[in-house]
Write a protein that binds this ligand. Structure first.
Ligand SMILES: [Zn+2]
Length: 256
């Protein structure tokens, strides 16, 4: 009887419970190509997303601003440059989160810019084919970010939205950077290479990073060997053309 009870509980767990992520799992909602193609309707609540991690980046329903999840709190950097703490009932169409447990810590050489930082960290991170969560804290001589405004249907493609994106420049600014270095093979699903977001220490500004120069800052990284995809079971996702190569569009969106 007992054995039977245990077995039925196990099968219930297997079939009824969502898959929970471990501390070393990178959990991603949807795919970058779906986002590039204009799938901006939120499919997972922020409350659910926070069960998958205390650290990460992404965007919100209707592409309403840049997401920054740091120390378990979800912030929105709005297209007017302001910042909100986001409630659990809002939703996301695309995000990548994990639980951040630092393994490596280094001081970044002063005056390193975004490109120089990528080369410098590439030399420190041992495996180009694994995911690394990246957290930088410190002071920056220069920081350039962008955000995006909420869109209305029919949604334009992300490259079109990015052509009119508000950009913000800061001088002598203190804050935290959160993001990832992802392997080249993640193309189509995630963002290969570096994808970083910024939040000022006073939590009043930030955005998706386009450029920076370090004054004094340190980086911590967390290697992640597992990826879990939460794919939307929606008619928009079902009808999306996800066979197209969108790497040129991704470059336009990420770096400009
Ligand atoms: Zn971003």
């Amino acid at each position: 009887m007992m054995k039977k009870l245990v077995l039925s509980c196990m099968s219930l767990l297997m079939f009824c419970s969502p898959v929970w992520a471990g501390r070393d799992t990178l959990v991603q909602v949807s795919t970058i190509d779906a986002l590039l193609g204009g799938l901006y309707d939120g499919t997972l609540s922020i409350e659910e997303l926070r069960r998958d991690g205390d650290f990460g980046i992404g965007t919100f329903d209707r592409l309403n601003g840049e997401m920054m999840l740091v120390d378990g709190v979800v912030y929105r950097i709005r297209s007017d440059g302001g910042v909100d703490v986001v409630s659990g009932t809002e939703t996301t169409p695309f995000a990548a989160v994990t639980f951040f447990d630092a393994e490596l810590q280094r001081q970044i050489p002063a005056n390193t810019d975004f490109k120089g930082f990528q080369q410098w960290l590439d030399d420190l991170l041992p495996n180009p084919n694994l995911f690394y969560a990246i957290r930088i804290e410190g002071r920056f001589r220069f920081m350039k970010t962008r955000s995006v405004p909420a869109q209305t249907k029919p949604y334009p493609a992300l490259a079109e939205v990015a052509r009119h994106q508000p950009e913000f420049e800061f001088k002598d600014v203190e804050g935290v950077i959160v993001g990832y270095r992802s392997p080249a093979f993640v193309k189509g699903i995630g963002v290969p290479g570096y994808h970083l977001h910024f939040l000022t220490s006073d939590h009043r500004a930030g955005g998706h990073i386009l450029a920076f120069t370090v004054q004094q800052a340190s980086v911590r990284t967390d290697q992640t060997n597992e990826i879990l995809l939460r794919l939307p079971d929606s008619s928009a996702f079902s009808g999306a053309d996800l066979g197209k190569d969108r790497s040129v569009e991704l470059k336009q969106v990420e770096q400009h």
